[in-house]
Design a protein around this ligand. Structure first.
Ligand code: 9GP
Length: 830
């Protein structure tokens, strides 16, 4: 660091925060003219975005540096959130909002000739995630900073985020998302690197004290390079860090010997091999990819992160026994579970701690969040693969398992079934490692993400662990969302209206204040403003649909939206079957009868995993139905079907505020929580849903009168499936009618949909569409009736928003901090 006597000079020259609009503008112009080498003669929206982003980013960096310094000096316990996905979306708008400089940015850019909305929309989404899990991680980062917790996120810097979805001839087509062409939000730290080893073998030596030491050596080395992203909190000086690792070859760029001998391809092969590790995000949501490269990604990322965390801890010169007083590591799903093994390896093999002492440190450091009960999403790695890639880790896993099973044997003597049920190793062909089991055994707390889900994991997939540990190790933290992005940023007009009634924007930091909105339920002007804002948001979406899909949607129609990953358990197929039924009904109606109908626009969006054929068929069916319905002159505005291409975070910010009703209709017991349900309600939309995930708690908070619930409950699901397996379920006649229509070829070659339809019959209807279809349709009729009563609808909308305080992710973070991490916020620096 700089010698004491020179520090005054340094301080005088230190970068300063903007004093006002002119400072901001000066920085924008400076960046456009120098960093980007453009001028006022050739500055387009893209360059204006670049200038604005760099100017705002610099402000974040000033606070970021101070925050990091403050955290180092205070030396309090920190949280490390390990997530393979961070679905961040855009940063400029969010940074402007969190710095509370929106007006300045709007006026400042306006005077330079640019509309702030156009500038903001130039930014490429940071789409380093698939869906709910990655977006939750992004919301949590926002809240950790907003609440001034000393916290870091650790993830992978994928060169390609989630693919871009194009719809061609009704089918999903994937194209790469090269999001890094211009990314001012990251800082490569070429001086912060970690060498990561794969493969190799384990040798055993006896040291001078006669102790047997195991050494993992002879493997292939890849270098992890840190890329840091500043994460600002809302109206606080705290700016936390998200560290993303990129893979590079350990030994230089390319092999000169090969190059000199004319083997040009060979000379860069190693480089490509190394860079492949952080090249792509696996585009699977709730499906285990099971590929060697995925396991490599996981180890690469957790090993680099742990090395970094341990390095930081060692700088404090504390004894190892204090490690978990300084460090809390949260495992976001099982993807980072190898971190448990890696920390044990570091402590035992490198730091030479006794096994038991090391294991105590490990288990008091980690917490594990489970996000799914779906069997196809629970990670299991084949033993031979782990043996090959990480031989020392496999030995450690076996040892962890051995000691654990000894405890099990003590508690349940001679109970072979219990040993089999609880073993980390599943005795299949080949044997596999049950990562969730390893995560439970290596953590001090395990949490689910909504009440029903947390109960279900205790009574189903982890029930034997509850028998072993007792119930206290398991807890619930119901998910939440950040109201900054999902209300203030996505729906500024609504946020402004709320603030005008609540006397400011404090509610964005304390969402329970929304409750005061109830006082205005009878305020006619307020109610009108509320509904006018909804209409304006619908007009904006209708305009977008017209531009992108060429479909004219009447903004006064009921907007019925289902946007999320396409998955059979989320049941977009049931939604589109319902649309088909509605279409058939309308066709049969007289003109007089049609006069009573509420016009509806069904709007879908979401990506299917590229290898998930059934999900892709559902997309094709939605588009097939849209082609017929939207072009049927006899139907007009009464029914429209839209599939919005390439759903992502920034599109969600436009779509969600425009919804009247949104669909959260998963088979009961399958959706761990859902978080878009919360976003829709917070934006004044009502929901139709099953008794699943967080829908249940939303109902508890906002009241049954404000939500449209239908369908079977989780307790019945197993019996119903059983009945299907034994052929005891007759297909609902309405659903049969729908299937017959699809089979007639009305929506394109019936063969395309054969698999989807047979999943309902010969496939035993695993997701119970036929069991819920009838009550789904009846409930949709109730939605229509309710929508006709404009005042009643407005009342439901406002009173629901008023009761959404519980779903702020600030509440979640405080619960994690209190129940799992035992960390305190840090007073923010000046
Ligand atoms: O499917 C769950 C979703 O319901 C939940 O809201 C989200 C965040 O907790 O996690 C999803 N799970 C996964 O993506 C895979 O475990």
């Amino acid at each position: 660091s700089i010698p004491e006597q020179l520090r005054d000079t340094w301080r005088k020259l230190s970068a300063a925060e903007f004093a006002g609009k002119e400072d901001f503008q000066r920085e924008v112009v400076r960046h456009i003219e120098t960093t980007l080498a453009r001028s006022l003669y050739n500055c387009d929206d893209g360059a204006a975005y670049g200038g604005a982003a760099l100017a705002v980013r610099d402000q974040l960096v000033i606070r970021w540096n101070k925050t990091q310094q403050n955290q180092t000096i205070r030396d309090q316990k920190r949280v490390y959130y390990l997530s393979l996905e961070f679905l961040m979306g855009r940063a400029l708008d969010n940074s402007i909002l969190n710095l509370d400089v929106k007006d300045m940015a709007r006026d400042g850019m306006g005077e330079l000739g640019f509309r702030i909305e156009d500038v903001i929309s130039q930014e490429h989404d940071a789409a380093l995630g698939n869906g709910g899990l990655g977006r939750l991680a992004a919301c949590f980062l926002d809240c950790l900073a907003t609440l001034n917790y000393p916290a870091w996120g650790y993830g992978l810097r994928y060169k390609y985020g989630i693919f871009k979805q194009e719809i061609v001839d009704g089918y999903q087509v994937e194209t790469p998302d090269y999001w890094l062409d211009f990314n001012p939000w990251e800082f490569p730290r070429h001086d912060v690197t970690v060498d990561i080893m794969f493969y190799g073998h384990v040798n055993q030596y006896t040291d001078e004290n006669g102790k047997v030491v195991k050494v993992w050596e002879g493997g292939e080395i890849v270098k992890a390079v840190a890329h840091d992203v500043p994460i600002p909190g809302y109206k606080t000086n705290t700016v936390n860090n998200l560290r993303l690792w990129a893979s590079q070859p350990a030994s230089g760029e390319f092999d000169f010997q090969k190059f000199n001998s004319g083997d040009y391809e060979g000379s860069i092969r190693d480089q490509q091999r190394a860079e492949t590790i952080s090249a792509v995000l696996y585009p699977n949501d709730n499906i285990d990819a099971g590929k060697e490269l995925r396991l490599k990604q996981q180890y690469f990322w957790v090993a680099a992160s742990l090395h970094d965390i341990v390095r930081r801890f060692k700088k404090t010169h504390r004894p190892w026994s204090e490690f978990s007083d300084q460090v809390a590591i949260q495992l976001n799903d099982t993807h980072p579970t190898l971190a448990i093994v890696e920390l044990q390896r570091i402590l035992v093999d490198v730091e030479t701690l006794h096994w038991d002492e090391a294991w105590d440190i490990v288990t008091s450091t980690f917490g594990y969040t489970n996000h799914t009960v779906l069997p196809e999403a629970l990670e299991k790695w084949p033993v031979p693969l782990v043996q090959h890639l990480l031989p020392r880790h496999l030995q450690i896993i076996y040892e962890i398992n051995l000691y654990f099973l000894q405890q099990v044997e003590k508690k349940f003597p001679k109970n072979r079934e219990m040993l089999r049920n609880l073993s980390i190793i599943e005795e299949s062909q080949p044997q596999v490692i049950r990562m969730a089991f390893l995560a439970i055994i290596g953590s001090h707390k395990v949490n689910g993400v909504a009440e029903l889900h947390s109960d279900l994991i205790k009574s189903t997939i982890f029930k034997d662990f509850v028998a072993f540990y007792g119930p206290d190790k398991f807890t619930n933290v119901t998910n939440g969302i950040t109201p900054r992005r999902w209300l203030h940023q996505a729906n500024p007009k609504l946020s402004d209206l709320i603030s005008s009634k609540l006397g400011g924007y404090e509610f964005l930091k304390d969402l329970s204040q929304l409750e005061n909105l109830k006082k205005f339920l009878n305020d006619k002007e307020f109610v009108k403003d509320w509904m006018d804002i909804k209409l304006a948001n619908k007009v904006r979406l209708a305009k977008y649909i017209k531009e992108t899909n060429g479909i004219a949607v009447n903004p006064h129609a009921l907007f019925d939206i289902q946007v999320k990953r396409i998955h059979e358990y989320k049941r977009q197929q049931m939604n589109i079957f319902g649309v088909i039924y509605r279409y058939l009904q309308i066709k049969e109606m007289s003109l007089e009868e049609r006069k009573n109908l509420v016009p509806r626009a069904f709007i879908f969006g979401g990506k299917a995993a590229p290898g998930y054929w059934m999900a892709k068929t559902i997309i094709k069916l939605i588009n097939g139905v849209g082609d017929v319905v939207n072009n049927d002159k006899d139907i007009g505005d009464l029914l429209k079907v839209v599939f919005l291409e390439d759903y992502n975070v920034s599109k969600a910010e436009m779509i969600i505020p425009a919804s009247d009703i949104s669909e959260h209709i998963s088979t009961a017991g399958t959706e761990a929580s859902g978080t878009s349900n919360m976003k829709f309600v917070l934006n004044g939309g009502l929901i139709i849903g099953t008794m699943d995930g967080a829908n249940i708690e939303i109902t508890r908070e906002i009241g049954e009168e404000n939500i449209f619930l239908f369908g079977n409950v989780a307790e019945n699901v197993e019996d119903l499936r059983h009945a299907h397996r034994f052929g005891k379920v007759e297909m609902d006649p309405k659903l049969k009618k729908v299937c017959d229509t699809i089979n007639s070829g009305l929506f394109g070659d019936a063969n395309i949909y054969a698999g989807l339809l047979s999943s309902l019959t010969t496939g035993c209807d695993y997701y119970l569409v036929s069991d819920d279809f009838s009550s789904y349709l009846t409930t949709q009729d109730l939605v229509d009736e309710a929508f006709k009563d404009k005042d009643g609808w407005a009342e439901k909308s406002i009173s629901s928003v008023a009761l959404m305080g519980f779903f702020s992710a600030d509440r979640c973070i405080n619960e994690y901090a209190d129940m799992i991490w035992n960390v305190e916020p840090l007073p923010e620096h000046k």
